[in-house]
Design a protein around this ligand. Structure first.
Ligand code: ATP
Ligand code: MG
Length: 508
């Protein structure tokens, strides 16, 4: 009776692979089978395809239909194969009077029962694959068009319904998508630092953290403005490069979290998962592996408010991504990797009641409670946080004074300059920021003059600082020097960096 073949794609991590959708129609009892390692969503595709074809005013072939998804050893997941399957079935059944070159296109879309084409995850990656494999075009739903159009040199065809797709294929009239001109990114993001009164020292710490990409812990009494400060952080982060933006878009495309109609992500992500989040939600995984919060925060900020309230087991999951900038998820079928280079911002109270060390109010916790509270954050995790900053309560005079505070825009200028210095310095190496400096590079780039060397020696001896603590101070000092625009780190800069050593636990 007939056979036909169309193309779709399978996603594994941040990789898309071509999948051949082969349809074979034979005489026999009516049956509709899908083989080739499909998951449940792919299997349910049979019902959607059947209804969509019927509701498009066509006859669904009442014969023996087999769909083979090749290669058979790649796991096929999700509803994205619907469109390719429907086209292959109809083509095999002789729907097209003139021969149509289905092999020119990659079909990407879920079908609604009424025949509409729905958006799916991973359009950007599929489009990149299509371009690489030399396909002429990609056929997608209107919602996925902008994303697919990011790939230059590939024609994007938009179809709203299955019927439109079939008609377009038959007479070569499919709508070619014209991507709108991308407008310049709107740079104001997050709250403006200007609205936060006082807190000069904390703002300085945030500026250093933003410039060098350092992880930072904010500790302070309730209502002192920790959450507010963290939310204002995106407004002073350096602009995204195109390569960074493309990578972030790929991650969000796979996760299905691209917002609005803008194709390329234009802003650094700011993710603030709730403290009840599970380990999988945080680092990624699941039956159909998806990037977690750490990957969604790639090249942006992961804000963990009420830090000690997160379960310890969940927090321990952060250790690998914090170290490697990457999450590795092991599956029976092999390992998957998602990038996860983010800036961790954590906020906490110093004790359960929140008033430890507060000059104006007595703390009501007993030492045991305080210890237990602080122990919720493990030493190894704290070790990966470069900067700790106390957020004091602002007094009434500051809060109500009419003095102008510095705007985010002007802080951002300094941050950008310091980041540009780093970009230039680390060109050709694998790292981007001072926060990623390790042993060899650390020695090479953190040159101390004699005075600062003496101060550092004194600090290591007198404060019993660990080797890790030492490198942490050096990294932060490097950023402070970059903000000041100097090559050799001075004693004053070391002294400032020493202030940001963790006070929550007594380590390093
Ligand atoms: N420096 C400040 N300038 C202006 N308003 C402030 C400042 N600090 C705090 N506020 C006000 O106090 C509110 C509470 O601040 P925020 O939620 O950031 O506190 P917090 O430190 O996160 O408290 P908690 O420990 O309870 O989470 C803010 O919404 C803001 O209105
Ligand atoms: Mg808060």
């Amino acid at each position: 009776m007939g056979s036909a073949c169309s193309y779709a794609s399978a996603l594994t991590g941040l990789k898309a692979e071509t999948v051949r959708v082969e349809a074979d129609i034979a005489s026999g009892l009516p049956k509709f089978l899908i083989v080739g390692l499909p998951d449940t969503a792919v299997n349910e595709s049979r019902e959607r395809v059947r209804s969509a074809i019927k509701n498009s005013g066509l006859k669904f072939p009442r014969t023996h239909i087999i769909i083979n998804l090749a290669p058979a050893d790649v796991k096929k997941q999700g509803p994205a194969y619907d469109l390719a399957i429907a086209v292959a079935v109809l083509s095999a059944h002789g729907h097209f009077e003139e021969p149509v070159k289905l092999a020119d296109y990659v079909f990407l879309g879920e079908l609604a029962l009424d025949g509409r084409v729905r958006p799916v995850r991973g359009a950007l990656l599929t489009a990149m694959m299509a371009k690489e494999q030399g396909f002429k075009g990609i056929v997608v739903s209107p919602e996925n068009a902008n994303e697919a159009a990011l790939v230059k040199g590939l024609t994007v065809y938009v179809v709203e319904t299955l019927e439109e797709c079939l008609d377009g294929l038959a007479d070569g009239s499919m709508t070619k998508y014209k991507a709108p001109k991308m407008t310049a990114a709107d740079t104001t993001q997050g709250d403006d630092m200007m609205n936060i009164r006082g807190q000069t020292q904390v703002k300085r710490a945030m500026e250093i953290a933003a410039a060098g990409g350092h992880n930072i812990l904010l500790a302070g009494t309730p209502g002192s403005g920790k959450t507010m400060l963290a939310r204002a952080l995106p407004s002073i982060l350096p602009t995204l490069t195109f390569a960074e933006a493309l990578q972030i878009t790929m991650i969000h495309s796979v996760a299905g979290t691209l917002e609005g109609t803008r194709a390329l992500v234009a802003e650094r992500p700011f993710r603030s998962p709730h403290h009840t989040s599970s380990g999988t939600a945080l680092v990624g995984g699941g039956a159909w592996p998806k990037p977690g919060e750490v990957s969604l925060a790639h090249r942006g900020v992961l804000f963990l408010d009420e830090f000690p309230e997160f379960s310890r087991v969940v927090l321990e999951n952060l250790r690998q991504p914090l170290e490697d900038g990457m999450v590795t998820i092991s599956r029976a079928a092999g390992t998957l990797e998602f990038p996860a280079r983010f800036m961790l911002v954590a906020a906490m109270n110093p004790c359960p009641c929140g008033f430890l060390n507060d000059p104006g109010r007595e703390c009501t916790c007993n030492p045991n409670q305080i210890l237990k509270y602080q122990q919720k954050i493990s030493g190894p995790l704290l070790d990966r946080i470069d900067m700790c900053c106390e957020v004091p309560r602002v007094d009434f005079a500051k809060l109500t004074s009419g003095e102008d505070e510095e705007t985010s825009a002007s802080m951002r200028e300094r941050v950008q300059r310091a980041r540009d210095v780093q970009t230039e310095r680390y060109e050709g190496s694998r790292i981007h920021t001072n926060a990623e400096l390790r042993s060899q590079l650390l020695r090479q780039h953190c040159l101390l003059d004699e005075e600062s060397n003496n101060l550092m020696k004194h600090a290591v001896d007198k404060l019993a600082m660990s080797a890790r603590g030492y490198t942490r101070v050096l990294r932060v000092a490097r950023t402070i020097a970059d903000l000041a625009g100097v090559k050799t780190i001075t004693a004053g800069q070391i002294a400032e960096a020493l202030q940001y050593r963790p006070k929550v636990s007594s380590r390093g």
